[in-house]
Design a protein around this ligand. Structure first.
Ligand SMILES: Nc1ncnc2c1ncn2[C@@H]1O[C@H](COP(=O)(O)OP(=O)(O)OP(=O)(O)O)[C@@H](O)[C@H]1O
Ligand SMILES: [Mg+2]
Length: 222
């Protein structure tokens, strides 16, 4: 299968001096789950930000669906990928878990059909958010906020997922829910990149485990 992302001779530096990533070659297939690990500050989030066009200004070649990445429109990219950022609040759209899921469903257009209502109820229950569905998100715990963010993945099963520290503040029960989603995602031929300090938490689903260290990547598994 042709890669979704292809990085060739890729380097990136924030200040033009110290390379965060230095002459990297990396292919990511649309149907594989790749775990990206490495020490704090190694460059995992930087790479996620580059793949989602939050950061530009790299050196080398990046291709998306075999096309020059710099020419890919963000609107097209985000029809194909979803990026769950490291900072939970940056992903929250609504004032409550219920509203957040509703916005993901119909993008600020108010359409309260029976189907959408049932789908919302299903998603909130799946992530055990049903009892706090109408609680303001600023009063929700860190884990409840993160669960709300992860719940939106159920509406984006057709996309490639880029998840940066998805387990941050998530308990064991939440981890199992996310893993079940990832298993389902993979069964449908869809992949993900997951940046994490805890690669073992995803070992049952990982096709490859890649470590960033000293600006280089090493394949630990796969
Ligand atoms: N906007 C920025 N400007 C300058 N330097 C940055 C910026 N963001 C990150 N860095 C630096 O780039 C390096 C990689 O940071 P990054 O956030 O990608 O690491 P990480 O692997 O995601 O770490 P963590 O495990 O802590 O999440 C760090 O040394 C960091 O200080
Ligand atoms: Mg990070």
């Amino acid at each position: 299968m042709k890669p979704l992302f292809s990085l060739n001779n890729f380097s990136f530096s924030y200040d033009g001096k110290a390379s965060i990533l230095d002459h990297i070659d990396l292919d990511l297939r649309r149907d594989e789950v790749v775990i990206l690990t490495g020490e704090n500050g190694s460059g995992k989030s930087t790479l996620c930000n580059i793949l989602s066009k939050n950061i530009t200004g790299f050196r080398g070649n990046v291709f998306f669906e075999e096309k020059d990445f710099s020419r890919i429109a963000p609107s097209y990219l985000f029809s194909k990928i979803v990026y769950i950022k490291e900072q939970t609040q940056q992903n929250l759209l609504g004032a409550t878990p219920y509203e957040d899921i509703a916005i993901w469903q119909h993008r600020f257009i108010h359409k309260y059909t029976k189907h959408l209502k049932e789908e919302r109820a299903f998603i909130l229950k799946k992530f055990e958010l049903d009892t706090i569905a109408d609680k303001p998100l600023w009063e929700c715990s860190a884990g409840q906020q993160k669960r709300t963010v992860l719940a939106s993945l159920l509406l984006q099963s057709h996309k490639f997922w880029i998840l940066d520290e998805p387990l941050y503040s998530i308990d064991e029960d939440g981890r199992k829910i996310l893993l079940s989603l990832l298993v389902q995602h993979k069964t449908h031929g869809k992949g993900a990149v997951i940046a994490t300090n805890n690669p073992n938490a995803f070992s049952i689903i990982a096709d490859r485990i890649i470590e960033i260290s000293k600006s280089k990547i090493t394949i630990l598994f796969g």
